[in-house]
Design a protein around this ligand. Structure first.
Ligand code: GLU
Length: 553
């Protein structure tokens, strides 16, 4: 009996060879230096901000070098899979203007290097495993869960390294006859890789972020094919897929760094050149309670999920800027100097990435977002708020649709000027800032509208003003009129004059404006009063004064 007999027994229907696949998926015809990257999510329906960071880096590397960026669905863990996960991943990516060149979902396949869904690649994996068995570098392992558990316990007792290696790799010792006999007897098995490494030897690995690091060789006989669904483990699928899909750069989370020795060992067994690796650091945040840096947690932190940014209505470009700043801290400066370029033009450098952990700070994102929104045109703001509200605030959406002109005018208050307003942090924060300008919200509840009531305003005086109010073209004309009105009612036309001798006046023009602001907006502070009055108009002004008056006890 030979390895060949064993391989034939396990994979009787596999007739193709590795060479056949190499021919089917030849080296990509790309320009020198073009990078081939991939985003390889597990379809669990949750995109972690760390996954997103890696997808952005993948995309930038590929686009920047006229390379290829593809999406591979790593669905070998069928228990965790959720429906339509790839659709929702594609949707999130497209919200950020990220479009994989190759992908597969809902019966659509784009690209020549697929299938791009791991569960559809079984035959390919089996071909590669069959080859390993034939060359004596893989074998069936019949150890039960309990046996493996016993091995581990003994290793712990003996203070030995845990795992399936060396003399602990029991099934490695079986003869081919014994292996064949057990398979024929129907004993379940996994296929393990037969490592040739020596844990006591070190090798130098060049990670593009961390630089050269010394790692021990792998000597673990890791499982490469699972027993239940005959699908490969992550390590083996990584080897096969990234080899055949001709990936040049693997961008993935730092948690995979400790698996590098396994991957190098596998690539060596096949005589393939491994891709370059970019292990991206953990994303950290400052813990609210302790103030210490800690990993952003899927369980504890809302901002761990990419869904959060959509729900809050952060403009995608603001999120991209915050993310790119984690990737390379000089991004912001580059962006300011290249406002006409896209983020994909940024010369990302893995070396400039923090190798110990990267801070992501929501406050920073808020600042980026506020600044970004302040540069948008009124119509752009209107469109963005409208589409956000459509999904997350239907009644506000309806109102915006009903009053497009008023809304665009509102969004223009203190916009498109040298120092534009910066109180819109994201689309979900807009309503709170402008609701008082819509009668539908203003007249809802007196107590809520006038939360800041400390002293009563002079309603009679404001009514007199409402009578003479006119819609002037310029703020100067408007202010000249209100100054006259002040004087006629015994208020100084400037705070300065009032200060010179307060006994001469009831107050000054600024005080009338403050009263007006309060009664008309319900707030002590608001953007430009002249523009607000223009939106409300004379009728609205009077209605608001009367509403205020009615509520006074
Ligand atoms: N499916 C793996 C994960 O989601 C991908 C890691 C990789 O990019 O290789 O963690």
């Amino acid at each position: 009996m030979t390895n060949h007999d064993l391989a034939e027994l396990i994979f009787p229907n596999i007739t193709k060879t590795i060479a056949d696949y190499e021919e089917m998926y030849p080296k990509r015809d790309l320009a020198e230096g073009a990078k081939v990257t991939r985003y390889a999510p597990s379809p669990t329906g949750f995109m972690h901000i760390g996954n997103f960071l890696s997808a952005v880096i993948d995309y930038v590397l590929a686009k920047n070098s006229e390379g290829v960026f593809f999406l591979r669905n790593e669905d070998t863990d069928k228990a965790r899979e959720v429906e339509n996960a790839v659709e929702s991943i594609m949707k999130i990516l497209s919200d950020y203007d990220i479009y994989p060149d190759e992908y597969e979902y809902s019966n659509t396949i784009k690209g020549e290097y697929g299938p791009y869904i791991q569960s559809e690649r079984k035959e390919i994996y089996h071909t590669f495993i069959k080859h390993l068995i034939e060359i004596g570098r893989a074998y069936p392992c019949f150890c039960s869960k309990e046996t493996l558990e016993d091995i581990r316990k003994n290793q712990e007792l003996d203070k030995e390294r845990t795992g399936y290696y060396g003399d602990y790799a029991f099934c490695r010792q079986l003869t081919i006859e014994e292996q064949i006999q057990k398979i024929k007897a129907g004993i379940p098995y996994v296929i393990r890789f037969k490592s040739s490494g020596d844990f006591n030897k070190k090798f130098v690995f060049d990670d593009l972020v961390k630089g050269k690091i010394e790692l021990p060789e792998n000597d673990q006989d890791i499982p490469i094919m699972k027993s239940d669904n005959l699908l490969p483990t992550y390590h083996f699928a990584h080897l096969v897929d990234d080899y055949l899909m001709r990936t040049t750069h693997v961008v993935r989370g730092e948690e995979w760094l400790s698996s590098v020795p396994i991957h190098i060992d596998l690539f060596k067994a096949f005589g393939f050149k491994p891709p370059k690796y970019i292990h991206i650091p953990l994303i950290l945040k400052k813990d609210e309670e302790t103030g210490n840096a800690r990993k952003i947690s899927k369980r504890k932190d809302k901002e761990a999920s990419m869904k959060y940014y959509e729900e809050k209505g952060y403009p995608p470009l603001a999120v991209i800027e915050a993310i790119m700043t984690i990737a390379n801290s000089n991004y912001e400066e580059w962006h300011q100097n290249h406002l006409d370029l896209k983020f994909t033009d940024f010369p990302f450098s893995p070396k400039k990435m923090s190798s110990s952990g990267a801070y992501f700070d929501l406050e920073k994102l808020d600042n980026i977002s506020k600044n970004y929104i302040s540069t948008l045109k009124k119509e752009e703001v209107y469109d963005s708020v409208l589409s956000w509200a459509k999904k997350y605030d239907p009644s506000f959406h309806e109102l915006l649709l009903k009053e497009p002109l008023r809304s665009v005018y509102i969004f223009n208050i203190e916009r498109e000027q040298k120092k534009p307003r910066k109180d819109f942090v994201n689309w979900s924060s807009v309503k709170e800032q402008i609701a008082y300008l819509y009668d539908e919200y203003f007249f809802l509840d007196w107590e809520k509208t006038y939360q800041e009531l400390t002293e009563k305003e002079d309603v009679q005086l404001l009514k007199e003003y409402a009578k003479i109010y006119q819609e002037f073209e310029t703020e100067d004309e408007w202010f000249t009129q209100i100054k006259h009105f002040a004087e006629e009612n015994n208020y100084a036309p400037s705070p300065k004059m009032y200060k010179e001798d307060p006994t001469l006046y009831k107050g000054h023009v600024g005080m009338i404006c403050e009263s007006l602001r309060h009664v008309v907006t319900g707030r002590k502070e608001s953007p430009n009063l002249f523009q607000i009055l223009k939106i409300i108009g004379q009728k609205g002004l009077l209605q608001r004064i009367e509403f205020y008056e009615k509520g006074l006890k």
